[in-house]
Design a protein around this ligand. Structure first.
Ligand SMILES: Cc1cc2nc3c(=O)[nH]c(=O)nc-3n(C[C@H](O)[C@H](O)[C@H](O)COP(=O)(O)O)c2cc1C
Length: 202
Protein backbone atom coordinates (compact mmCIF):
# COMPACT_ATOMS: atom_id res chain seq x y z
CA UNK A 1 0.00 0.00 0.00
CA UNK A 2 1.52 3.36 -1.02
CA UNK A 3 1.87 6.04 1.66
CA UNK A 4 -0.34 9.00 0.99
CA UNK A 5 -0.27 12.38 2.64
CA UNK A 6 -3.46 14.19 3.63
CA UNK A 7 -3.51 17.86 4.61
CA UNK A 8 -6.31 19.20 6.79
CA UNK A 9 -7.31 22.86 6.48
CA UNK A 10 -9.99 24.44 8.61
CA UNK A 11 -11.19 25.96 11.85
CA UNK A 12 -11.94 29.51 12.88
CA UNK A 13 -10.63 32.25 15.14
CA UNK A 14 -12.91 30.93 17.91
CA UNK A 15 -10.66 29.29 20.53
CA UNK A 16 -13.28 26.49 20.86
CA UNK A 17 -13.68 26.01 17.12
CA UNK A 18 -16.00 23.12 16.35
CA UNK A 19 -15.02 22.97 12.70
CA UNK A 20 -11.45 22.43 13.93
CA UNK A 21 -12.59 19.70 16.33
CA UNK A 22 -14.38 17.96 13.45
CA UNK A 23 -11.31 18.26 11.24
CA UNK A 24 -9.09 16.68 13.89
CA UNK A 25 -11.34 13.60 13.98
CA UNK A 26 -11.46 13.28 10.20
CA UNK A 27 -7.64 13.44 10.14
CA UNK A 28 -7.61 10.70 12.76
CA UNK A 29 -9.66 8.63 10.30
CA UNK A 30 -7.17 9.37 7.54
CA UNK A 31 -4.30 8.33 9.78
CA UNK A 32 -6.08 5.10 10.68
CA UNK A 33 -6.31 4.35 6.94
CA UNK A 34 -2.54 4.67 6.61
CA UNK A 35 -2.10 8.33 5.64
CA UNK A 36 0.47 10.70 7.02
CA UNK A 37 -1.49 13.76 8.07
CA UNK A 38 -0.80 17.44 8.68
CA UNK A 39 -3.20 19.99 10.13
CA UNK A 40 -3.37 23.66 9.18
CA UNK A 41 -5.56 25.58 11.64
CA UNK A 42 -6.90 28.83 10.15
CA UNK A 43 -6.38 30.56 13.50
CA UNK A 44 -2.74 29.53 13.76
CA UNK A 45 -2.09 30.31 10.11
CA UNK A 46 -3.39 33.84 10.77
CA UNK A 47 -2.94 34.77 7.13
CA UNK A 48 -3.21 38.34 5.87
CA UNK A 49 -5.87 38.98 3.25
CA UNK A 50 -4.69 37.57 -0.04
CA UNK A 51 -2.82 40.27 -1.94
CA UNK A 52 -0.91 39.43 -5.11
CA UNK A 53 1.45 42.33 -4.37
CA UNK A 54 2.53 40.86 -1.02
CA UNK A 55 5.56 38.60 -0.85
CA UNK A 56 3.96 35.28 0.14
CA UNK A 57 3.91 35.04 3.97
CA UNK A 58 5.83 32.01 5.35
CA UNK A 59 2.65 30.36 6.62
CA UNK A 60 1.00 30.63 3.21
CA UNK A 61 4.08 29.12 1.58
CA UNK A 62 4.17 26.29 4.14
CA UNK A 63 0.50 25.57 3.41
CA UNK A 64 1.04 25.68 -0.35
CA UNK A 65 4.09 23.40 -0.16
CA UNK A 66 2.33 20.86 2.07
CA UNK A 67 -0.74 20.83 -0.16
CA UNK A 68 1.34 20.46 -3.31
CA UNK A 69 3.16 17.47 -1.82
CA UNK A 70 -0.08 15.86 -0.56
CA UNK A 71 -2.38 13.52 -2.46
CA UNK A 72 -5.52 14.66 -0.65
CA UNK A 73 -7.07 17.24 1.64
CA UNK A 74 -9.79 17.56 4.25
CA UNK A 75 -11.48 20.96 4.45
CA UNK A 76 -13.60 22.05 7.40
CA UNK A 77 -15.27 25.44 7.47
CA UNK A 78 -17.66 27.05 9.92
CA UNK A 79 -21.01 28.12 8.47
CA UNK A 80 -21.02 31.91 8.59
CA UNK A 81 -24.04 33.80 7.27
CA UNK A 82 -25.13 30.91 5.12
CA UNK A 83 -21.77 30.03 3.59
CA UNK A 84 -18.06 29.43 4.30
CA UNK A 85 -16.25 31.89 6.59
CA UNK A 86 -14.08 34.68 5.23
CA UNK A 87 -10.95 33.42 6.99
CA UNK A 88 -11.39 29.94 5.54
CA UNK A 89 -11.94 31.33 2.05
CA UNK A 90 -8.91 33.58 2.47
CA UNK A 91 -6.78 30.51 3.25
CA UNK A 92 -8.09 28.92 0.05
CA UNK A 93 -7.30 32.12 -1.84
CA UNK A 94 -3.64 31.72 -0.81
CA UNK A 95 -3.63 28.42 -2.73
CA UNK A 96 -3.23 30.73 -5.70
CA UNK A 97 0.46 30.15 -4.91
CA UNK A 98 -0.06 26.74 -6.53
CA UNK A 99 -1.12 28.28 -9.85
CA UNK A 100 2.32 27.91 -11.42
CA UNK A 101 3.24 24.58 -9.85
CA UNK A 102 3.33 21.41 -11.92
CA UNK A 103 0.64 20.12 -11.85
CA UNK A 104 -1.20 23.29 -10.86
CA UNK A 105 -3.51 23.89 -7.89
CA UNK A 106 -5.20 20.67 -6.66
CA UNK A 107 -4.95 18.67 -9.87
CA UNK A 108 -5.98 15.06 -9.19
CA UNK A 109 -6.10 15.45 -5.42
CA UNK A 110 -9.03 14.00 -3.43
CA UNK A 111 -10.81 16.46 -1.14
CA UNK A 112 -13.19 15.70 1.74
CA UNK A 113 -15.61 18.41 2.80
CA UNK A 114 -16.91 19.25 6.28
CA UNK A 115 -19.00 22.19 7.49
CA UNK A 116 -19.82 23.01 11.12
CA UNK A 117 -23.14 24.83 11.43
CA UNK A 118 -24.91 26.30 14.43
CA UNK A 119 -28.18 25.49 12.67
CA UNK A 120 -29.11 23.25 9.78
CA UNK A 121 -27.75 24.96 6.65
CA UNK A 122 -24.25 23.47 6.54
CA UNK A 123 -24.80 21.99 3.09
CA UNK A 124 -24.64 25.53 1.68
CA UNK A 125 -21.04 25.76 2.85
CA UNK A 126 -20.23 22.28 1.55
CA UNK A 127 -21.62 23.16 -1.87
CA UNK A 128 -19.63 26.39 -1.94
CA UNK A 129 -16.50 24.42 -1.07
CA UNK A 130 -17.25 22.03 -3.90
CA UNK A 131 -17.25 24.93 -6.38
CA UNK A 132 -13.78 25.83 -5.12
CA UNK A 133 -12.55 22.23 -5.39
CA UNK A 134 -13.63 22.14 -9.03
CA UNK A 135 -12.09 25.56 -9.75
CA UNK A 136 -8.81 24.29 -8.29
CA UNK A 137 -9.04 21.10 -10.38
CA UNK A 138 -9.47 18.70 -7.49
CA UNK A 139 -12.00 15.91 -6.93
CA UNK A 140 -14.47 16.08 -4.05
CA UNK A 141 -15.30 12.67 -2.56
CA UNK A 142 -19.06 12.01 -2.67
CA UNK A 143 -19.38 11.57 1.10
CA UNK A 144 -19.69 15.07 2.59
CA UNK A 145 -20.36 16.11 6.18
CA UNK A 146 -22.46 19.20 6.80
CA UNK A 147 -22.72 18.91 10.61
CA UNK A 148 -25.89 20.54 11.97
CA UNK A 149 -26.25 21.99 15.49
CA UNK A 150 -22.55 21.68 16.24
CA UNK A 151 -23.07 23.06 19.72
CA UNK A 152 -24.82 19.79 20.60
CA UNK A 153 -22.40 17.61 18.63
CA UNK A 154 -19.36 19.11 20.38
CA UNK A 155 -20.62 20.28 23.77
CA UNK A 156 -18.38 22.31 26.08
CA UNK A 157 -17.59 19.23 28.20
CA UNK A 158 -15.30 18.01 25.40
CA UNK A 159 -17.44 15.00 24.45
CA UNK A 160 -18.44 14.26 20.84
CA UNK A 161 -21.63 12.81 19.38
CA UNK A 162 -20.75 9.18 18.68
CA UNK A 163 -22.51 8.98 15.31
CA UNK A 164 -20.88 12.14 13.95
CA UNK A 165 -17.49 10.96 15.20
CA UNK A 166 -17.98 7.72 13.22
CA UNK A 167 -18.98 9.68 10.10
CA UNK A 168 -15.91 11.92 10.40
CA UNK A 169 -13.60 8.94 10.80
CA UNK A 170 -15.21 7.33 7.74
CA UNK A 171 -14.74 10.52 5.72
CA UNK A 172 -11.04 10.59 6.60
CA UNK A 173 -10.72 6.97 5.52
CA UNK A 174 -12.63 7.62 2.27
CA UNK A 175 -10.41 10.56 1.35
CA UNK A 176 -7.31 8.46 2.01
CA UNK A 177 -8.60 5.64 -0.20
CA UNK A 178 -9.60 8.06 -2.97
CA UNK A 179 -6.26 9.91 -2.72
CA UNK A 180 -4.40 6.61 -3.01
CA UNK A 181 -6.38 5.62 -6.11
CA UNK A 182 -6.00 9.02 -7.77
CA UNK A 183 -2.25 8.98 -7.18
CA UNK A 184 -1.85 5.72 -9.12
CA UNK A 185 -2.78 7.12 -12.52
CA UNK A 186 -2.84 10.46 -14.28
CA UNK A 187 -6.52 11.41 -14.44
CA UNK A 188 -6.25 14.95 -15.77
CA UNK A 189 -4.28 15.00 -19.03
CA UNK A 190 -1.80 17.78 -19.90
CA UNK A 191 -4.18 18.72 -22.75
CA UNK A 192 -7.08 19.17 -20.31
CA UNK A 193 -4.84 21.21 -18.00
CA UNK A 194 -3.74 23.47 -20.87
CA UNK A 195 -7.34 23.99 -21.97
CA UNK A 196 -8.40 24.83 -18.40
CA UNK A 197 -5.59 27.37 -18.19
CA UNK A 198 -6.51 28.91 -21.53
CA UNK A 199 -10.19 29.29 -20.57
CA UNK A 200 -9.36 30.67 -17.10
CA UNK A 201 -6.73 33.16 -18.09
CA UNK A 202 -7.99 34.61 -21.36
C1 LIG B 1 -20.36 35.49 12.15
C2 LIG B 1 -21.14 34.23 12.36
C3 LIG B 1 -22.10 33.87 11.46
C4 LIG B 1 -22.84 32.69 11.63
N1 LIG B 1 -23.78 32.38 10.72
C5 LIG B 1 -24.47 31.23 10.86
C6 LIG B 1 -25.46 30.88 9.90
O1 LIG B 1 -25.72 31.58 8.94
N2 LIG B 1 -26.12 29.72 10.06
C7 LIG B 1 -25.85 28.88 11.10
O2 LIG B 1 -26.45 27.81 11.19
N3 LIG B 1 -24.92 29.17 12.03
C8 LIG B 1 -24.23 30.34 11.93
N4 LIG B 1 -23.28 30.66 12.86
C9 LIG B 1 -22.94 29.70 13.91
C10 LIG B 1 -21.71 28.89 13.51
O3 LIG B 1 -21.98 28.12 12.37
C11 LIG B 1 -21.28 27.99 14.66
O4 LIG B 1 -21.00 28.80 15.79
C12 LIG B 1 -20.07 27.13 14.34
O5 LIG B 1 -19.69 26.46 15.51
C13 LIG B 1 -18.89 27.97 13.90
O6 LIG B 1 -17.76 27.16 13.67
P1 LIG B 1 -16.51 27.23 14.65
O7 LIG B 1 -16.95 26.63 15.98
O8 LIG B 1 -15.46 26.44 13.97
O9 LIG B 1 -16.13 28.68 14.85
C14 LIG B 1 -22.57 31.85 12.72
C15 LIG B 1 -21.58 32.23 13.66
C16 LIG B 1 -20.88 33.40 13.48
C17 LIG B 1 -19.80 33.76 14.48
Amino acid sequence: MSLVSIVGLGGSYDGRSRSLAALRIALEGARSAGASVRLFDVRELDLPMYDPALPPPPNALALADAVHAAQGMLWSSPLYHGTISGSFKNALDWLELLGDREPSYLTDKAIGLIAAAGGTQGLNAVNTMEFVVRALRGWAVPLVLPIPRVGRVFPDDGSVDVGIRESLLTLGQEVTRAARQLSLVQITTPAAQAEEQRIDRE
